[in-house]
Design a binder for this molecule. Sequence first.
Ligand code: LLP
Length: 407
Amino acid sequence: MIDFRSLKEKYGTPLYIFDANHIKNNISNYLNHFKSNQFKTEVLYASKAFSVKEIYRIAKNMNLSLDCVSLGEMYTAKAVDFDFSKIYLHGNNKSIEELEFALNNNIGYIVVDNLMELEVLNDLCNKLKKTQNILIRVNVGVSAHTHKFIVTAHVDSKFGVMYDSEDFRKMMDIVNKSKYINFSGFHSHIGSQIFDLEAFRAALVKLIGYAKDYNYPLVLNIGGGFGVHYTDEDKPIPFDVVSKTLINTCEEEINKANIKIEKLCIEPGRSIVAEAGYTLYTIGYTKKTPNKEYYFIDGGMTDNIRPALYQAKYDCDIVGKENDIKNHKVTIAGKCCESGDLIIEDYNLPEAKTGDLLVTYTTGAYGYSMSSNYNKALTPAVVFVEDGKDKLVVKRMTYEELIEREI
Ligand code: LLP
């Protein structure tokens, strides 16, 4: 149980709160179930979901690998001495600075997204005389949107290359001629907050189909995207089912194709941190209009952009009134100068008064990491709670810090 009231006393609001035991359980669940006797397996944490030193420390201590997508994420991982041989660098437009940083820190894999990137990387490897393992991000033509998936040649995506394309052939030419590039395998990521296991299976079958064309065992990375529970509309697939389905599919398909693979990887972000996260707010004013009742909170789209950006739905409670009759249909609105700054619309809650605390659930992924300082809001603090003890993980921004880089 998290004592929201005492956390408010100690740290103020808005406040991001994480249940560290929950995060660790999620990680253990993946590690325990995503295993095969036929090939190596690797679980990467997709750190874009929530990227702070503390989560990299947890990943490091639990032996997870990492998906980083920028110099900023690699830099944060380096700050806690994360083993770079366990990092995969993603991104469709990696800068030379990012590639050099990765090479100089002996990163495990660079996931090359397009032809031009491979040309630049090859030149850099030649210049620095560095050997580098790469995966190529392929566009498998499976696109999944939450509950449905479709198989189409997604030729116009900004990510990845089509396996049978001209660009792909040119990339293989570079690989074959290069002294320093080791082509290790394929990566695919079909989308996020997906509930349809068939979509992942379809993508994996595609990757194995490509792997048949090589006469040595490849690394296959099937990406992340496993859905979580925000509201009762969402029916996540349990960790063990996701893991076992992918492992079984892979084993069956490689046996059918009579090939071996080196390693199968997954890279979940959201499903490791989302449900472990809570955001705590204080209710300020309330207001009734002819058709609506509002509870105004001291945060909003600056700490959770997802409702405004994706019409994402959340559940919430008034702290201490969780079991009261929920007979007020209210809209929870943030404090930004923006009509769309609504965190939850038309939701049944008990009557609340100024000073009550409101908690939103499942805010651990893409909340803090997509926060902004719009209206010069301060980035909230982040607190981890573990075995009943709380620990400050990110300090609340101060007004001095807010303008410190401004000249
Ligand atoms: N791997 C790659 C290459 C990715 O692009 C992503 C997410 C992941 C792994 C992790 O996916 P996850 O397991 O977290 O679904 N901001 C959006 C989500 C964007 C996801 C981007 N890529 C949101 O708030 O819903």
